[in-house]
Structures are given as structure tokens and as C-alpha cells.
Design a protein around this ligand. Structure first.
Ligand code: HMG
Ligand code: MG
Length: 302
């Protein structure tokens, strides 16, 4: 099997995971989670979103989170921004990396961003220009790259077209989101084939929600095509508030267990990662969704 020798994992639990929690999660808990993930060796820890608090109340403390995290040298802490207002808040809070997040379907774009795909891409272009001028890096997400809760199957060409435009705007990496976790390996590879004709494969990342238990095999399918960056959530936290039925991202612990077992280097310490997953699951009163996390905890607490 031809797979990368090193993989970069981006933990999105503090954002993609916690954005979906109905009960308030304190800023203090979010900060401790982010710091524990950085301490476990995650090279990128997505910290929060500068979005409308009316749309996602859980992320209303974005500026406080950014002010309070102790930043570890060499670790990046990107934040989501949907528009220039969000960028302004993110830069004022000291963010040096932001992420824009258009969708590959019109219906999802309307629900998540209250705009058409074209309108949202115009906003992304304005954000990219201003962010890059201010010295910040911009990551691009694309939601619903395989299937949409409102429109069903998504054509790979629709994803490729959005990816081409994000790349042209200066996004250094494009994360392809299977928001509702409906992808299976061949569908994912077809989508990646189409996108890789527009954007070099080393600039692509996979972002798989694990709703149907397909995320790990989809990661493997993407690695076979040369993708070497994946998003995941510690303890498998989360879901998207605007994607009915979506569950959390693939658990970081489960991805790490697979990569460690394949001898693929990530720089992440499993013991510290499992402890971070246990910490947040206990704090929010929810059992971990990570199978590897559960098994490893049971081993040390028989
Ligand atoms: P809108 O209602 O059309 O916006 O929403 P608006 O410009 O009319 O503003 C409405 C109000 O929000 C105004 O306040 C604005 O000031 C305020 P009011 O005058 O009513 O008091 N506002 C803001 N406040 C703070 N920060 C901002 C901001 N912008 C406006 N940046 C908007 C449009 C884009 C704002 C809204 O739709 C929104 O915030 N959407 C975000 C939804 C979201 O965060 N979804 C989850 C993240 S995406 C995801 O999870 C998928 C991903 O993981 C990939 C995958 O899984 O596939 C990334
Ligand atoms: Mg997501």
C-alpha cells in the first residue's frame, strides 16, 4: 500500500465539536482542552469561530478563548470566520490563521451561511485578501463534499469548482468536509480525483464526520491518493448545528491508533491525547465517542 510516511492531524474538537453542545461550556474548559491538545503534540488546534452568536451561541466567547490560551511555540490555532466582521474580531484577538467555509451545495450554503455559494465565495475572497494583507494564513473548508442533507449526492465537479476558486484566492490548504459522514471510499476517491485536477493534492485535507462509521476507511482511501492532512475531534466530539443528523468528527484517538499501527509519524502522544479526551468527556458529561480512547482507558483503569 502506498501511503504517506508522515501525516498532519488538525484537531477541530474545540470548534467543530463544542459548537454543537447545547449546554453552555465554560471558556475555562475550552481553554484547558486547547492547551491539553497542544501539549499532546497536535501541530494544529482549531480554537473557535468568530461567527454570529445568534447562529452559534456556543462560540460567543471566541475573543475570550483566544485571549486566554497559552500558545505553545510551533502550534497553530486557526479560527473560523464567515465574513469581514469575523476577520476583524479574529485579528483583534491575535489570530494569525483563519478559515473560510463555503459549501458545495446551494441548500447547505443557505442554511449555514444564509447566502448562495457565489455570494459566500465573494465574502471568502474579501476575507482572503484582507487576511493575507494583514499577514494571516487562510485555510479553506468546503462542506458537504460527498452528500448534502438537503440535496443528496454532490457531483465531484461541484466540489472541484469551489476548491479551484478557494485556491485562486490564496487558501494555503483546502479541507474537504464530509459534513454528514455519508461518504464511502470509492465516492471519496472520485471526489478527490476531481479536486486534485484543480488543486495540488498536497494542499488538500480530509475532514470526515463519522456518522456512518466510514471515516477511518475514508481516511485510508484518501491517504492512498496522497492526502496527508486530516481533521479530527478529540473524543469524537460534535456535529454541525446546521446539518441535521450529523454526528461528530472521526475521533483523533482512533485516527492516531490507526496511524501509529501503520508506522506513520504524527508527533502526537497517545497517552496525553487519551487523557485530553477523558478530560473533556467527563467535563461535559458525555461518554467518549472514541473506541480507541475507551479501550485504552479501560486498560489503565481495569
Ligand atoms: P446573517 O444573519 O445573514 O448575517 O448571517 P448579517 O450580516 O445579516 O448579520 C446578522 C447579525 O449577526 C448582525 O447582528 C451582525 O452584526 C452579526 P445584529 O445587528 O442583528 O445584532 N454578525 C456577526 N457577529 C459576530 N461575528 C460575525 C458576524 N457576522 C454577522 N462574524 C452569517 C450570516 C455568516 C453571519 C451567519 O450565517 C453565520 O454566522 N454562520 C455561521 C454558521 C456556522 O458557524 N456553522 C458551523 C461552522 S461550519 C461547519 O461546521 C462545517 C465544517 O466543520 C466542515 C464540514 O464539516 O464539512 C467547517
Ligand atoms: Mg465539520
Amino acid at each position: 500500500m502506498h501511503v504517506p510516511t508522515r501525516v498532519k492531524l488538525v484537531d477541530v474538537g474545540a470548534r467543530d465539536g463544542l459548537q454543537n453542545e447545547r449546554a453552555p461550556v465554560s471558556t475555562e474548559l475550552k481553554v484547558e482542552l486547547i492547551e491539553r491538545l497542544a501539549d499532546a503534540g497536535l501541530p494544529v488546534v482549531e480554537a473557535t469561530s468568530f461567527v454570529s452568536p445568534k447562529w452559534v451561541p456556543q462560540m460567543a466567547d471566541a475573543a475570550d478563548v483566544m485571549a486566554r490560551i497559552r500558545r505553545k511555540a510551533g502550534v497553530r490555532y486557526p479560527v473560523l470566520v464567515p465574513n469581514l466582521k469575523g476577520l476583524e474580531g479574529a485579528l483583534a484577538a491575535g489570530a494569525d490563521e483563519v478559515a473560510v467555509f463555503p459549501a458545495a451545495s446551494e441548500a447547505f450554503s443557505k442554511r449555514n451561511l444564509n447566502s448562495t455559494i457565489d455570494e459566500s465565495l465573494e465574502r471568502c475572497a474579501a476575507v482572503c485578501e484582507a487576511a493575507i494583507a494583514a499577514g494571516a494564513r487562510v485555510r479553506g473548508y468546503i462542506s458537504v463534499v460527498v452528500g448534502c442533507p438537503f440535496e443528496g449526492d454532490i457531483a465531484p465537479a461541484a466540489v472541484a469548482s469551489v476548491a479551484r476558486r478557494l485556491h485562486a484566492m490564496g487558501c494555503y490548504e483546502i479541507s474537504l468536509g464530509d459534513t454528514i459522514g455519508v461518504g464511502t471510499p470509492v465516492k471519496v476517491q472520485r471526489m478527490l480525483d476531481a479536486v486534485a485536477r484543480e488543486v495540488p493534492i498536497e494542499r488538500l485535507a480530509g475532514h470526515f464526520h463519522d456518522t456512518y462509521g466510514q471515516a477511518l476507511v475514508n481516511i485510508l482511501a484518501a491517504m492512498e491518493l496522497g492526502v496527508a492532512t486530516f481533521d479530527s475531534s478529540v473524543a469524537g466530539l460534535g456535529g454541525c448545528p446546521y446539518a441535521p443528523g450529523a454526528t461528530g468528527n472521526v475521533a483523533t484517538e482512533d485516527v492516531l491508533y490507526m496511524l501509529d499501527g501503520m508506522g506513520i509519524d504524527t508527533g502526537i502522544d497517545m497517552t496525553k491525547l487519551v487523557a485530553a479526551g477523558d478530560f473533556i468527556s467527563t467535563a461535559i458529561g458525555r461518554p467518549t465517542a472514541s473506541r480507541a480512547g475507551r479501550a485504552l482507558l479501560a486498560k489503565c483503569r481495569p
